[in-house]
Design a protein around this ligand. Structure first.
Ligand code: KG4
Ligand code: ZN
Length: 355
């Protein structure tokens, strides 16, 4: 396969990203400009502010990616990749327009990438030489998605379960907001994890456990977790004036239930494959929520307990590549660039796009 150096651009949600990656898996640069201070005042992503931030940040993200890689766009870059979807249309268009214009002006080939496919293939970049083997199961858990997929090849995915309502990431965000936690630089979900991990105060046993929605079904429901947590907060008299131990116990109960729900569906997915004689040994977990370390440990234990003759390998990208980034976009595009399978400059975005 020919050696290719690709500029990737990502702007599907609230991070403005540009990165340069080559087909040997070297990340030459990986620029992520977060907009958290813009969105924290709204308590979530504000669509218009997100578009405006992408518009003002994208030129600098691309410029910095080239500068940090010490590469020249005309001379050294073989192709330009961008996130074609799924995502917020207004946000996607900022990255797409930048990519198309650069590609057309510099006569470079162009590839529009599926954001979730890129999350799923990130481990192929980070685990070179020790890649997961197809078919593998993959959990893609982010602010926009909660997907359990059977990955059959780099571009064939079978959907086993998705959320009936909101995503796991959004429910972390909302619960974090309900508990009035201060965002860390990695956002509200990370703030909740850090808050739970701070100490292990003993009031935890005093909160009523959250009941698991959709038992035994290959489907997720996270609005159920978030609304039960809301009721729990109210049953303790609301968050104002709540003592910190109770607040932490509620946060812990939410996180435990949310991750337990994932764990249950992962096991159902493994059973589903086993019943059909689909030999799965590897499990890949990615997307922003996969940076949660409680989740990482808990899924590891769950796979170790799963009754099978062989042990499973569990893959996570490093946390900085679990959350949105353009390195994964550039990497995912190399599978198409290397076959000469590129898009026209007239290609359109797909804000909804099935895998
Ligand atoms: O993949 P991502 O960066 O963007 C989307 O495509 O949505 O995921 C962002 C989501 C947010 O909901 C954020 O709160 C959540 O991932 N997140 C976490 C953690 N870090 C980020 N959720 C739980 N624990 C974390 N440590
Ligand atoms: Zn994402």
């Amino acid at each position: 396969r020919r050696h290719l150096t690709i500029l990737g651009i990502e702007s599907s949600a609230d991070d403005t990203c540009a990165a340069i990656v080559d087909s040997d898996g070297k990340i030459h640069s990986n620029v992520v400009i977060k907009q958290h201070d813009v969105h924290e005042v709204y308590g979530g992503i504000n669509p218009l502010s997100a578009i405006h931030s992408h518009q003002s940040n994208m030129p600098f993200a691309v410029k910095r990616a080239l500068k940090e890689a010490n590469l020249d766009l005309k001379r050294d870059i073989d192709g330009i990749a961008f996130t074609r979807g799924p995502g917020m249309a207004g946000c996607l268009s900022v990255g797409m327009d930048a990519a198309k214009t650069l590609a057309a002006a510099l006569e470079k080939p162009l590839v529009g990438v599926h954001h979730m496919q890129a999350h799923a293939l990130t481990v192929m970049l980070t685990e070179r030489g020790n890649e997961p083997k197809f078919p593998f199961l993959t959990l893609l858990i982010s602010g926009g998605h909660t997907l359990l997929l059977l990955a059959k090849s780099v571009n064939e995915f079978k959907l086993l379960a998705t959320t009936n309502d909101e995503s796991i990431g959004r429910s972390f965000d909302k619960v974090s907001k309900l508990l009035k936690l201060k965002w860390t630089n990695l956002g509200p979900g990370d703030a909740l994890e850090k808050f739970v991990a701070e100490t292990d105060d003993s009031a935890e046993s005093t909160v009523t456990p959250i009941t698991r929605p959709l038992p035994g079904q290959l489907a997720f429901s996270y609005s159920a977790h978030h609304s039960q947590t809301k009721a729990l907060i109210e049953s303790h008299g609301g968050v104002e004036g709540m003592d910190i131990a109770t607040k932490r116990a509620i946060a812990r109960e939410f996180q435990t239930a949310a991750v337990g729900h994932l764990e249950e569906k992962l096991v159902l997915g493994l059973n589903w494959c086993r019943k059909r004689d689909i030999h799965v040994r590897d499990v890949v977990v990615s997307g922003g929520v996969a940076s949660n370390s409680y989740l990482r440990e808990r899924l590891r234990r769950s796979l170790d307990k799963y009754n099978s003759d062989e042990s499973f390998r569990l893959f996570f990208p490093p946390p900085y590549l679990c959350t949105d980034n353009a390195a994964m976009i550039a990497w995912a595009s190399t599978y198409r660039f290397s076959k000469g399978d590129t898009d026209d400059y007239s290609v359109g975005l797909l804000s909804k796009w099935d895998l």
